[in-house]
Design a protein around this ligand. Structure first.
Ligand code: FAD
Ligand code: EPU
Length: 342
């Protein structure tokens, strides 16, 4: 837990900007975390996981504490379920692969999402029809002010679409230490997300398995999402907006190809990627594939903003502002950022 000063954060986040932390240290145990939090410099702090959902718009004039808590272990097992606890600093995809290799069901649709275990409940990560809320049993988190470890059940986390209590009422109060997932020995397969079935067909799979779904998801993701090791990005930059069924019908009359999906509560979720693709910086030009300097909107997925090399965080942020404005002007919908702006 060596304290470092003026450290480049470039290796620690996926957008690829050269930004510096005033102070930086990693912690491998609760004792190390407590020691770091007791330092005066910790009054302005950022808990860092894999840095795959952050946009740094400037140097960080505070203390970055990198969660390095390791460990993957089965803590309970019964006839139906395996309860697997993983340290917050474990790589997410490694944990998913551990489950796939053991044939434990639940996380396979969430294959290849970048980042670490600790952030998975922060924003209730989701992909291809599954969210963490469907699989999480409980988590342990350290309350910074009271200096104690608190257990949160699934219900306590108040999960919503890319939301949890840790982004709302309890924001910046806890450090997530570990998460326990409830995995099925006899898996239930989730293939309702259209692209999965198409991919399974392309792969020639006729008997479903946890591994086949994981492989299909990996193939779909690799075909359209930019690899942060090659092009800086933080995944979807915005959330998919929700509108009432009536508002969606009005939009559909005006824009017949608009992409939307019904939700359980009767509202409609609109594909933000579609909205962004169907407007742009000027008449007849789409944001999709747009590039100004090294800041751009990905050519295969308009919801992903990218850094082609040397874009500054503020350039990406300004691009996001221009996109929000043009979507609002054309469709009357205000996009909400999904990425954490620092
Ligand atoms: P970080 O970026 O390090 O942190 C994110 C936030 O959580 C920050 O506010 C941080 O302070 C806080 N935080 C992190 N760890 C802790 C902790 N232990 N305790 C308290 N606070 C903490 N997300 C999806 O949901 N679905 C996807 O399909 C998806 N696809 C992506 C594809 C690409 C190519 C990329 C780059 C990103 C994608 N994401 C996706 C977003 C991202 O992978 C997830 O949000 C991931 O969970 C972030 O994990 P992280 O460890 O990198 O978090
Ligand atoms: N679409 C377009 N143009 C685009 C992109 C998308 O028209 O450029 C439309 C298409 O109709 C497409 C639909 O949007 O069928 C859905 O696209 P996709 O399957 O790629 O999913 P998404 O809604 O854009 C969401 C998540 C992703 C997650 C995928 C798969 C959000 C904000 N994003 O994207 O999560 O991987 O579904 O489940 O909910 C992330 O959070 O970082 C992320 C990548």
């Amino acid at each position: 837990m060596q304290l470092q000063q003026h450290l480049s954060l470039k290796p620690f986040h996926t957008f690829g900007m050269e930004v510096y932390a005033r102070y930086f240290a990693g912690f491998h145990s609760i004792e190390e975390l407590e020691a770091l939090l007791s330092m005066d410099i910790a009054s302005k702090r950022l808990i860092l996981g894999g840095g795959s959902n952050l946009l740094f718009t400037h140097d960080y004039d505070g203390f970055v504490l990198k969660n390095e808590l390791q460990g993957i272990e089965v803590v309970k097992e019964d006839a139906e379920f395996v309860y697997l606890r993983a340290g917050a600093g474990e790589n997410w995809h490694k944990v998913v692969m551990h489950c796939v290799n053991n044939n434990w069901g639940g996380l396979e649709n969430l294959s290849l999402i970048p980042g670490n275990v600790g952030a998975s409940p922060m924003q209730n990560i989701g992909a291809y029809g599954v969210e963490i809320k469907d699989v999480m049993e409980q988590l342990e988190a350290y309350h910074i002010q009271d200096r104690k470890v608190v257990t949160f059940t699934n219900r306590d986390c108040a999960f919503g679409y890319r939301e949890s209590v840790f982004k709302q009422g309890l924001k910046n109060q806890f450090v997530i230490l570990n998460v326990t997932y409830k995995l099925r020995k006899d898996p239930v397969f989730h293939t309702s997300y259209g692209a999965i079935n198409q991919e399974l067909e392309r792969m020639g799979v006729d008997s479903l398995s946890i591994r086949a779904i994981s492989d299909a998801v990996i193939r779909i993701r690799s075909s359209k999402l930019p690899n942060p090791a090659e092009i800086g990005n933080a995944g979807s930059f915005f959330k998919n907006p929700q509108v009432s069924a009536a508002q969606f019908q009005e939009l559909k009359l005006q824009f017949p190809s608009i992409a939307g999906y019904p939700l359980e509560n009767g509202a409609m979720k609109i594909a933000a990627g579609w909205l962004i693709e169907h407007c742009g910086p000027s008449e007849g030009v789409s944001w999709k594939g747009y590039r100004k300097g090294d800041a751009g909107c990905h050519a295969l997925q308009a919801l992903v903003l990218v850094n082609y090399g040397h874009a500054q965080g503020m350039e990406i942020f300004r691009l996001s502002e221009a996109i929000v404005q043009s979507v609002k002007e054309k469709f009357g919908i205000e996009l909400e950022r999904e990425v954490n702006i620092v």
